[in-house]
Design a protein around this ligand. Structure first.
Ligand code: ADP
Length: 258
């Protein structure tokens, strides 16, 4: 009996040791890593057929020898907008999968945030005009920051694009850039709108979370924009929060170290 008890004890101790050493975790970690790799590979692979389909649809639309019925024209238009949505989804998924795998290079350089924001706002102005929303920027003094130019531009675009998307005709979107002195030197970006507002504030930074799925879909959303925005802010050591009142509007406030 003593021998049997000792053997069982030894087996349990060995198993516990195995677990404590983290060896049992390895397959789980590997599976996790493989899944991330799979998402990145799948997103990457999906881009090629998507571009081929896009070109094919455009070729049919531009075929001068063919007179298309109004039904066919509508079908091709619908296909085009679905292809656009899918391309955005795949690009966003790829961004997040690469971020998860730590495979994204963050290249920091010194640039003037105010000048960059001004150029960006000029380029999205037509979008606001089409939606009947007034888009303005306040705070134009130079704001030199050390950050990844591309990513910060993507962050601003996500916030401004959302603000325009979720604000009805006649509304206003305001981009404010300021420098704060406390607790440390930070630059603050506030994108405020007079839109529909958000009730479930805390969940909107989750992947694929949308307050109103149909509305987001209608606007060509993927539910990944704010997750990407949060990741960009995080890799820069900054913070992002939202202040919102239902029916009145929302303010997305980002602070980034100078
Ligand atoms: P989407 O592609 O659906 O816009 P996001 O991740 O960018 O995805 O945003 C998640 C959800 O947060 C949106 O579906 C929307 O419900 C809400 N949201 C984001 N920005 C705003 C805003 N400015 N005003 C109201 N709701 C917003």
């Amino acid at each position: 009996i003593m021998v049997a008890v000792s053997i069982i004890f030894l087996i349990i101790a060995a198993f516990a040791g195995h677990l404590l050493a983290g060896k049992a975790m390895i397959p789980i970690k590997q599976a996790f890593f493989r899944q991330r790799e799979f998402v990145a590979d799948a997103s990457h692979e999906l881009r090629t057929p998507l571009s081929v389909i896009k070109l094919s649809v455009e070729a049919v639309q531009n075929d001068k020898d063919q007179k298309l019925s109004s039904f066919s024209t509508q079908v091709l238009d619908d296909m085009n907008s679905e292809i656009r949505r899918m391309t955005k989804l795949v690009t966003d998924l790829l961004t997040l999968a690469r971020a998860d795998a730590g495979a994204t290079n963050i290249i920091k350089e010194k640039f003037d945030l105010a000048a960059m924001a001004e150029t960006l706002i000029r380029s999205v102005q037509p979008l606001a005009v089409v939606k009947g929303v007034k888009l303005e920027m306040r705070g134009k003094e130079m704001l030199p920051i050390m950050a990844d130019r591309e990513r910060i531009s993507q962050l601003l675009l996500i916030l401004i694009d959302n603000a325009i998307k979720y604000t009805p005709v006649g509304g206003k979107v305001d981009v404010l850039l300021t420098r704060t002195a406390t607790p440390k030197s930070f630059v603050m970006i506030a994108v405020s709108d007079t839109g529909e507002g958000i009730s479930e504030n805390d969940r909107i930074f989750e992947r694929f979370y949308r307050v109103d799925k149909a509305r987001s879909r209608e606007e060509g959303g993927t539910g990944l924009g704010l997750s990407i925005a949060k990741w960009i802010v995080d890799v820069h050591g900054g913070r992002i929060k939202v202040e919102s009142t239902l029916g009145k509007g929302s303010s997305f406030i980002v602070s980034l170290p100078l």
